[in-house]
Ligand binder design. Structure first.
Ligand SMILES: [Mg+2]
Length: 124
């Protein structure tokens, strides 16, 4: 299955009717996607919490199911912005290559953070 096929199949289950107004910049579909990505992330965190805090066995079947739910919302996000998963992946890799041309380096990351002066601003 290609990403376009996935998005098409996923959007078969999108009702597409909203009870709230969007705007040209933030259509309801985009807002729906972002709320959904956030809530599915919370469901995944809850499974980890149950394992780490309550000593339950990590339910990887549920975890993968929640990741799939999150993918549905990413499909909605991509559909709202008319972008493919491939374009999203490509943009992300190009951003990471620009940020870390030699690969991730923790020391370099710390130095970049220090140079930004953000911490000093927060401590004022
Ligand atoms: Mg879910």
């Amino acid at each position: 299955m290609t990403s376009r096929e996935y998005i098409e199949q996923a959007m078969r289950t999108h009702h597409g009717e909203y009870t709230f107004e969007g705007s040209e910049e933030v259509p309801p579909q985009l807002e729906h996607a972002l709320w959904g990505i956030t809530s599915e992330s919370g469901e995944m965190a809850d499974l980890i919490k149950k394992a780490k805090i309550h000593g339950k066995t990590l339910d990887t079947v549920e975890l993968i199911g929640e990741a799939g739910d999150m993918m549905w919302y990413f499909a909605l996000f991509c559909d709202a912005l008319d972008i493919s998963f491939e374009d999203l992946w490509d943009k992300n890799i190009r951003k990471l290559q620009a940020r870390f041309p030699e690969g991730y380096d923790n020391q370099e990351m710390l130095e970049k953070t220090n140079r930004s002066g953000e911490r000093e601003e927060l401590e004022k």
